[in-house]
Design a protein around this ligand. Structure first.
Ligand code: SF4
Length: 282
């Protein structure tokens, strides 16, 4: 079996940065509170907890309530997805030391939205309802509206911004709908560069690749999206999303001639290496 290693894999820059902040704090031995799962990967979360991190709002709900119950004498780390600005106020009021893991690409989007609103624009945000990044963005201002197909509010001055992991197809769908309605807008949204590179690597796979293996948690939207992307337009290609070696060993790979291997942005490189060495000995 031939194995193609997709060009981009392992943690993305934003996840690496947030994890480094966590690890640096944990090596001090003073404890760490984390608001929300730092990454959408259960194994990584477990390892942080083994090192004494306390993770609050694992279900990404009730952040304010969790923040109010977090210990006062332990620094609090916000995840890479960004957060409701009100949580900063709450944390300051409680006297908590804040470590901000917000990814620079998410921060850039936030700054862009703030600037548009200051100039009198409303923002149409192309994102996934319920995702932490999207929910945090919507909390920034009442002038930010989530794009919902067939339900775009009529706004005179409109700017477009997309979640850093928004798919190209969703962005194009929003633009098309705006065009059909004769609505003009400013802004040229796209996914963040690490997400785009990962997707491009999958889109550039040869059609002879008959199996796509994505490493990541089933809870990771970007991992699921990579698998979908790799299988669409390739009816003959099979694929799987796995999060541990036991799952790998149950896959029917005997007939596979060419397998491509990639991983979601929240999957550790160590797991990638482990799977790769197993596949090479297959
Ligand atoms: S996917 Fe992109 S925006 Fe999100 S954390 Fe990674 S680098 Fe940052």
């Amino acid at each position: 079996m031939k194995v193609i290693v997709c060009k981009v894999h392992g943690f993305c820059a934003g996840v690496s940065r947030a994890l480094s902040l966590a690890k640096m704090q944990l090596t001090k031995g003073e404890g760490l509170s984390i608001l929300g799962p730092l990454v959408h990967n259960e194994e990584v979360g477990k390892k942080l907890e083994e090192k004494d991190a306390q993770i609050f709002s694992k279900d990404e709900k009730d952040f304010a309530k969790s923040l109010l119950s977090a210990p006062k004498d332990v620094p609090l780390l916000f995840s890479a997805h960004g957060h409701d600005p009100y949580l900063d106020t709450l944390a300051k009021e409680r006297g908590l030391t804040i470590l901000d893991g917000t990814c620079p690409f998410v921060r850039k989007n936030n700054e862009k939205m703030d600037a548009y609103i200051k100039e009198g624009y409303s923002v149409l945000y192309i994102g996934e309802k319920g995702h932490a990044e999207c929910e945090a963005a919507l909390k920034r201002s009442p002038h930010i509206y989530l794009y919902q197909k067939g339900n775009i509010p009529l706004l005179p001055k409109l700017a477009l911004v997309a979640q850093t992991t928004a798919s190209e197809s969703l962005i194009e769908e929003a633009k098309k709908e705006l065009k059909e309605k004769g609505m003009t807008y400013i802004g040229n949204p796209s996914a963040c560069p690490p997400t785009r590179e990962r997707r491009e690597a999958i889109l550039n796979l040869p059609s002879s690749c008959d199996f796509l293996l994505v490493l990541g948690s089933k809870k990771s939207k970007n991992s699921r999206a990579l698998l979908e992307l790799g299988l669409q337009n390739h009816p003959e290609r099979k694929g799987a999303l796995i999060s541990n070696l036991s799952e790998l060993k149950t896959l029917p790979l005997q007939e596979v001639k060419c397998l491509a291997l990639t991983s979601g942005a929240s999957t550790p490189e160590s797991f990638f290496e482990e799977v790769l060495s197993y596949l090479r000995s297959f």
